[in-house]
Design a protein around this ligand. Structure first.
Ligand code: GN1
Ligand code: MG
Length: 357
């Protein structure tokens, strides 16, 4: 299906528009659309409905949050979809794909990597603010867009299953990572305790807090969060942990030279500080003590997901070159090792910020 066919349903002048791919997401397909006659820009997106099996759940959540924000926090910048000509939030194509359109926020900038701690601070503040502003929503009203998305217990079971299904060659290639992940299974046990603890609350959680999901202004001030598909009830460790996973190292999960992977304490400090500005009154004391764990949780889970996908012949993430998911998995294992090495130092940062000093 050509994107331009669907764009007509949104009233876009498709005879006079430019459509270009946008972003580097692994799951959905995104384009930027420039309508020549009006000069307007849009973000157009096809939802991956292998991953988001009921795309209506996404639109339902966004609608709920949009209505709530309009009523309680008018003026907060929230990127809800533009309605199609028939009034719907999303168009289903004849071939069965789901598409939606957003306005492009012109005064905004996105980053694919972080250059300075203040960007981590601003992003963490935005994700914290998002959850905090929505603390009045009853989370049971939110739909689950991907069941068990950050359920580490289940992810570990999927990893264990992948070990049984792997070809001997792939298993052997991944052995070092597998051993490390098995040795560190206590991270899964700690997650189980969290899910059983009354001190951990389910809140409106973004679940994909990478830096490119924050819009900044040209002076590096955070404007708002975007990519709202994985918003669903969750624990704060998902959002804080994914920031740690993706902001702490100067190189990304795609880096093949693992000697470049490091954990930058000043970026860790910035994440904790920015998040706590918005969330310190929301989080329980027990939750605050799990801030360091958040990083372990998310880095470990991503390592498991990449390695399991490698062992399952890349059925989820796909791969652009042979062994890409193995590289990503080993990269995350290295990141976790670097992170664990700094535990005493990072725990001190958490203690300092939690006491509001
Ligand atoms: C996927 O599509 P993208 O890049 O926003 C994945 C995240 C992973 C990430 C790893 C729905 O996110 O959970 O952390 O890849 N999203 C889904 O790069 O599986
Ligand atoms: Mg995403």
């Amino acid at each position: 299906m050509e994107p331009s066919e669907i764009l007509k349903d949104f009233g876009i002048d498709t005879d006079n528009c430019e459509i270009k791919p946008l972003g580097d997401g692994l799951i959905n397909t995104t384009w930027i659309v420039k309508e020549i006659s009006t000069g307007k820009d849009f973000v157009f997106q096809q939802i991956n409905d292998n991953v988001f099996k009921i795309p209506e759940n996404i639109t339902s959540n966004i609608r709920l949050i949009d209505d709530y924000l309009k009523e309680k926090h008018h003026g907060y910048l929230f990127t809800s979809p533009i309605k199609a000509l028939d009034g719907s939030d999303m168009i289903k194509s004849q071939e069965g794909g789901y598409f939606r359109l957003f306005g492009y926020i012109h005064e905004s900038v996105t980053h694919n990597e972080l250059e300075k701690p203040v960007q981590a601070y601003e992003a963490a503040k935005q994700f914290g603010k998002f959850t905090s502003l929505l603390s009045g929503i009853n989370v049971s009203q939110l739909k689950t867009t991907i069941p068990d998305f950050h359920n580490l217990t289940l992810r570990y079971e999927q990893f264990t299953d992948s070990l049984k299904n792997a070809t001997p060659e792939r298993y052997e290639n991944a052995r070092e990572a597998i051993d490390f992940l098995e040795e560190n299974k206590s991270i899964v046990d700690e997650y189980k305790q969290i899910t059983q603890s009354k001190d951990f609350k389910l809140r409106v959680t973004h679940h994909d807090t990478k830096i490119s999901n924050v819009l900044f202004d040209k002076d590096d001030k955070g404007l708002c969060v975007i990519d709202l598909d994985t918003i669903m009830p969750g624990y704060f460790i998902s959002d804080v942990g994914d920031m740690m996973r993706t902001y702490l190292s100067p190189v990304s999960e795609e880096e093949k030279d693992f000697s470049k992977i490091e954990v930058r304490p000043d970026f860790f400090h910035a994440i904790v500080k920015g998040y706590m500005i918005e969330m310190k009154d929301e989080l329980s004391e027990v939750e605050k003590r799990a801030i360091f764990y958040a990083g372990k949780f998310m880095i470990y889970m991503q390592a498991i997901r990449f390695i399991a996908d490698y062992l399952n012949n890349d059925i989820y993430y796909g791969s652009r070159y042979e062994g890409q998911n193995l590289v990503r998995g080993l990269n995350q294992v290295t990141l976790l090792k670097r992170y664990l090495e700094l535990e005493p130092q990072l725990l001190e940062v958490v203690a300092k910020e939690s006491n509001g000093k």
